[in-house]
Design a protein around this ligand. Structure first.
Ligand code: XMP
Length: 510
């Protein structure tokens, strides 16, 4: 059964995935497509409504991305947000102009009675970020909200069911934004809210059972949430016809390999092959100091080992991958510069001889993957794990990697994490870990001189990992952590706390 679908056309604003998540949170399935998607492709999805997202352009710029007029002849409601509203009004014959004053941040707004806002005229606040605005709305439209400097803060043509809002309903600073989106989805587009995690699990398992019937299937398990959920879904569908390969490259956190193995082998009774190849990875990485080179070596070696295992197992013709929706969305905006090449197993199918690659999670956002994981009974510590880089501790041992440095880092990192978790401080932090620097400094222990490693602690708060702030850990707790590490972990005689935001720093040190 196909879910009711809303199509979002992406005009390139940074927070467009957030709009999509808000729609999904309202139990309506949606897809984010590039702004210039073929109209036939849009029609094929049989959308109940269209949302035009924000974007950085101005409609009068020479190459401005503008919606295809055919979008407005589909007979379905359209909601334009920020640039999406301006481009809709421009295409339908309205006039867009530079506002006298750029409106940015929290603004007072008056909402007029309308299908989007309901109720009597209401004064409230919203989040604005725009320079251009709709000066004259197209024929058939009336204003539905105003701010001090923006008379058309929202516009509507209720006959054709076209709506535009200049503010951002998707962000928390627009308190009525969630209700407004729900009204658009339910009252205006007529959605019934048929997108639920439970329903997804049932349908996904049934369709995997059908699709994979008669095949032997392989899954590369990393212990991360995406591959874990993909594996458990597939296991539910085909049981022992799925073999999971868990490659332990020795760059995982302390005890992590054993925990992952216990969950999948004992709790889920899966066919699991654990490949312990720490030495092999250490040999490949010996003498390598440069972070990007480390990433490349690990990525390539991961494929080598996996390929060997697949050959050894010899009978699998389908590969399961935990690709999720943000990995497949083609953005409407210009592609970003690569700061770090994030290693994952995305390269596998190209070099391997599988008949097909199946990606059961390719339509889900991360928070939905987590909800599916909990629904499937995967333990919380796996489902709600903070992100962990594919190259693992290799990018947290600065400079050359040795078995000893890895051991030191694992022990120190385990103390840091345990202290934050036991004290409840971890709840307010999105990612935290230790970094073993390549620097040594002089210390004193008992009556003797030491010359040992400097350990850095990193803990950040962030919503999207694109920007981040350092976390405010209580000083007493930092003191306790530092004391424990220097007392309990040999070869660390100094601990520092990283107080740098991203940007200019990145979250990881390499
Ligand atoms: P940065 O360091 O770029 O990190 O601020 C942003 C987020 O990405 C994670 N990260 C990686 N993840 N492979 C991954 O799968 C990598 O090579 C990698 N490098 C960084 C990082 O942990 C943070 O969550």
């Amino acid at each position: 059964m196909k879910n009711e679908t809303i199509v979002l056309l992406d005009f390139g604003a940074q927070y467009n995935q957030l709009i999509a998540r808000r729609v999904r949170e309202a139990n309506v399935y949606c897809e984010l497509l590039p702004w210039n998607s073929d109209i036939e492709k849009i029609k094929a999805l049989e959308p109940k409504g269209i949302i035009l997202t924000g974007g950085p352009a101005s409609v009068y710029a020479p190459d401005a991305p503008l919606p295809d007029k055919a979008v407005f002849s589909l007979g379905v409601p359209v909601l334009g947000i920020c640039y999406g509203m301006q481009s809709m009004c421009h295409v339908l014959g309205g006039k867009i102009a530079k506002a006298e004053k750029r409106e940015y941040g929290k603004k007072d707004i008056v909402l007029k009675p309308s299908p989007l806002f309901l109720g009597p005229e209401t004064k409230t606040t919203c989040w604005m970020s725009h320079t251009d605005q709709v000066e004259t709305a197209p024929a058939g439209f009336v204003s539905a909200a105003r701010t001090e400097t923006c008379p058309n803060a929202a516009v509507m043509d209720t006959e054709r069911r076209f709506f535009g809002v200049q503010f951002h309903p998707e962000v928390e600073h627009t308190p009525f934004g969630g209700d407004m989106l729900r009204r658009f989805l339910y009252d205006i587009c007529g959605c019934s809210g048929d997108w639920h995690v439970g329903g997804f699990v049932k349908e996904c398992v049934a369709s995997l059972r059908e699709e994979l019937k008669g095949h032997k299937v392989l899954c590369a398990l990393s212990g991360g949430v995406d591959s874990s959920v993909a594996a458990v879904l597939t296991h539910k569908a085909i049981g022992k016809d799925l073999t999971c390969v868990f490659l332990d490259h020795g760059l995982l956190r302390r005890d992590e390999g054993d925990q992952v193995e216990a969950v999948f082998r004992k709790d889920f009774d899966m066919e699991l092959v654990r490949v312990n190849c720490e030495e092999r990875f250490l040999q490949k990485l010996a003498g390598v100091r440069e972070p990007e080179e480390k990433r490349k070596i690990i990525g390539a070696e991961f494929i080598n080992v996996f390929e060997e295992e697949a050959k050894r197992l010899g009978r699998c013709d389908i590969l399961i991958q935990g690709t999720i929706y943000p990995d497949v969305i083609e953005s409407g905006g210009p592609s970003a510069q690569v700061i770090k090449s994030h290693h994952n197993v995305g390269g596998l199918p190209e070099v391997m001889d599988f008949k097909a690659v199946v990606e059961p999670l390719r339509n889900l956002f991360k928070d939905e993957v987590r909800a599916v994981g909990l629904e499937l009974g995967i333990p919380e510590f796996l489902v709600n794990r903070q992100p962990f880089p594919g190259p693992g501790l290799a990018v947290r041992v600065i400079g050359e990697i040795t078995a000893e440095k890895l051991r030191i880092l694992k022990d120190a990192d385990a103390i840091f994490r345990a202290e934050l978790e036991e004290n409840g401080a971890a709840k307010a932090i999105d990612q935290y870990f230790a970094v073993l620097t390549d620097m040594r400094s002089v210390g004193v222990m008992g009556d003797g001189r030491t010359y040992d490693y400097l350990l850095a602690l990193r803990a950040v708060t962030t919503t999207d990992f694109m920007t981040a702030d350092w976390a405010d850990i209580p000083h007493d707790l930092l003191r306790k952590i530092s004391n424990r590490i220097t007392n309990e972990v040999d070869h660390i005689n100094r601990v520092v706390y990283d107080i740098t935001q991203k940007p200019p720093a990145t979250i990881e040190w390499e």
